[in-house]
Design a protein around this ligand. Structure first.
Ligand code: FES
Length: 134
């Protein structure tokens, strides 16, 4: 089974690259590799597991790290399409269309189709969902 390297990046600078098979979700690949990622429903409904696609290897000029462009940065004119990096097992109900075009990806149901880098951490979820309690 083909696998792809998914590099998870936390806001404090930690990174972890996991090999995720095309038949498993990023969340499942992380669990197999001992990487803890947040989750709730595991069905694409709650948004707890959300990450944000930063770059796909092989895009932006040959896949060299120096050539990778994050999505959504000021001046970014060519957003990366999440569909180039991930397939979904089912409808990602927790994501609105603007979230999908903004690079957000539900790691509980997303299966990789390319090597890529994904921002993870609580701030990514905060970007996605307004917290009515604060
Ligand atoms: S855990 Fe609920 S959407 Fe992924």
């Amino acid at each position: 089974m083909t696998s792809h390297d998914v590099t998870l990046e936390w806001p404090d600078g930690r990174t972890r690259t996991i090999a995720v098979r095309e038949d498993e979700s990023v969340l499942e690949g992380g669990e197999r590799d001992g990487v803890g990622l947040p989750f709730g429903c595991r069905t694409g409904a709650c948004g707890t597991c959300v990450g944000r696609l930063l770059a796909i290897d092989g895009t932006g000029g040959g896949g060299d790290a120096a050539d990778r462009e994050p999505i959504g940065d000021a001046g970014d004119t060519e957003p990366i399409d999440v569909a180039d990096a991930f397939a979904y097992r089912r409808e990602p109900r927790a994501l609105k269309p603007r979230h999908r075009t903004g690079g957000y990806v539900l790691l509980c149901i997303a299966t990789p189709r390319a090597d890529c880098r994904v921002a993870v951490g609580s701030q990514v979820q905060s970007e996605l969902v307004d917290n009515p309690w604060k």
